[in-house]
Write a protein that binds this ligand. Structure first.
Ligand code: HEC
Length: 110
């Protein structure tokens, strides 16, 4: 029956959306857990908590990935960040970059 098929297709689509919604939430929880080690300086809200650290909230994901890879390889030098980044795998870098770039920001020019 075409009606049933259509209902089944809709149900499948809804299920797929629910499942991917759930796994996105799980990914974000994993990203937040991984980024926890950064919060003391960069903040859970991505706003720097120490004067020499930059804000990361809403930063471009690709920029964050590159910065972290450069700290990890030593191409970009900063004692604190070289130490932090050397313990991050590519997967960790993807997670923390997703976390900080995922923080919604609103801006107001001065
Ligand atoms: C002990 C404090 C501290 C911790 C912990 C720390 N950072 Fe940093 N971070 C800094 C400082 C200071 C800088 C500025 C370094 C520089 O001048 O290059 C920085 C710079 C960065 C930058 C470059 C930003 C830009 O605008 O170019 C990124 C990205 C970054 N940190 C990500 C992280 C991530 C991700 C973590 C956790 C894995 C982390 N940091 C943990 C202090 C910290």
């Amino acid at each position: 029956m075409p009606g049933n098929k259509r209902a089944a297709a809709l149900l499948l689509a809804a299920l797929a959306a629910a499942v991917s919604g759930q796994s996105m939430a799980a990914d974000m929880a994993a990203a937040k857990a991984k980024a926890g080690q950064c919060f003391v300086c960069h903040g859970a809200d991505g706003l720097a908590k120490v004067p020499d650290a930059p804000n990361l909230a809403g930063q471009n994901e690709g920029y964050l990935v590159k910065a972290l890879k450069d700290y990890k390889s030593g191409k970009r030098e900063n004692e604190m960040m070289n130490t932090m980044a050397k313990n991050l795998s590519d997967q960790d870098i993807a997670l923390v970059a997703a976390y900080f770039s995922g923080i919604a920001v609103t801006v107001k020019a001065p």
